[in-house]
Design a protein around this ligand. Sequence first.
Ligand SMILES: NC(=O)c1ccc[n+]([C@@H]2O[C@H](COP(=O)([O-])OP(=O)(O)OC[C@H]3O[C@@H](n4cnc5c(N)ncnc54)[C@H](OP(=O)(O)O)[C@@H]3O)[C@@H](O)[C@H]2O)c1
Length: 279
Amino acid sequence: MRLLVTGASGYVGAGVLRRAPQDWEIAATYFAHPIEQTSVAAFCVDVRDVDAVYQLFDQFRPHVVIHTAALMTGDQMMSVNADGSRIVARMATKFNARLIHMSSDVIFDGEHAPYDETASAAPITPYAESKARAEELVCAEYSNPIIVRTSLVYGFNPMDPRTRQTLDGNFPRLFTDEYRCPIFVDDLADALIELAQLLRAEREISVINIAGPQRLSRYEFGVKLANAFHVEPKFQPAVSASFATPRPRDCRLDISLAQSVLKTQLRSVDDVLSDIRLV
Ligand SMILES: NC(=O)c1ccc[n+]([C@@H]2O[C@H](COP(=O)([O-])OP(=O)(O)OC[C@H]3O[C@@H](n4cnc5c(N)ncnc54)[C@H](OP(=O)(O)O)[C@@H]3O)[C@@H](O)[C@H]2O)c1
C-alpha cells in the first residue's frame, strides 16, 4: 500500500503516521513544521500550489490519500481548506488514487443534532464555511471520495494542543452549552487506516461520521480532563449563546454507520480515560 498523508505535521496526520502498518510505503506532507518521523518520505508542499501537488502525486503515485491539511484560523482558511482540497482531489482523480478527505462537525449550525451522514451543511463560522466549501469542491473534482466528518480530536502522547491549553488554564472559560463528541486520536487514526484498507476491498462509503459516542459540553470535557490529570480546573463555566459571535451549539454526530462498518472501536472519553495510563 502506498499511502499519502497531507498535513502530517499536524495532530491528526501525525496520528495516522504513528498508527499506520509498518509495511506501508508512506509519503507525508508538511508546510511550516517539518515532520520528525524518519520512516516516511516527507515533502514540503503547499496544497494551494498545483504544480507542487502534481509533482508529489507524479513522484509517489499513492494508492490512497488521507487529506488532513487545513487551517483552523486566519484569512488563508478558505484558500487552504477549500482551494487546496480541490487541488488534492483533482490530483487524486488524475492519478487514480482513492481519497479520504477530513471534514468537521462544525459544518452544521448546531441546532439540529444529531447529524447523520445525510445532513446538509449549514456553516455559521468562517472556518466552517471553508470546510463546507471544501466538501463541495472535493465532490466536484472527485467522483467517489470518502468524506470523514469528525469532532474534537484529543490525545495524550503527544497531548493535543487544546487539552494542553485547557490544563494550563489558557481557556479562562469553557462553554456549558456547546456540545461535541470528542474522539481519541488513536481511534480516529485507526478508523482512517481501516477505511484506507476497506477501500482496497472496494467498499463504497461517500460520507462517514467518525467521532466519539459520548456527547459532552466543552466544560464537561474540560472537567474530565482536569480530573484525569489531578489538576484543579483553571477555567470557569460560560454560556456560548451569550457570545456576540455565533458558534454551533450542539454538533453531535450520529456514528451508527461507522459502528456498523468499522472494526475500530470509537471509545467514549470515559472509556479512554479509564483505559489508558496518564503520565
Ligand atoms: N483537531 C480537531 O479537533 C478537528 C476536528 C474536526 C475536524 N478536523 C479536521 O481534521 C484535519 C486535521 O486537523 P488537525 O487537528 O490535525 O490540524 P493541525 O494540527 O492544525 O494540522 C494542520 C496541518 O495542515 C498543514 N497545512 C496548513 N496549511 C497548509 C498549506 N497551505 N499547505 C499544506 N499543508 C498545510 C499543517 O502543516 P504545518 O503545520 O507544517 O504548517 C499541518 O500539517 C483538518 O482537516 C481539520 O479540519 C480536526
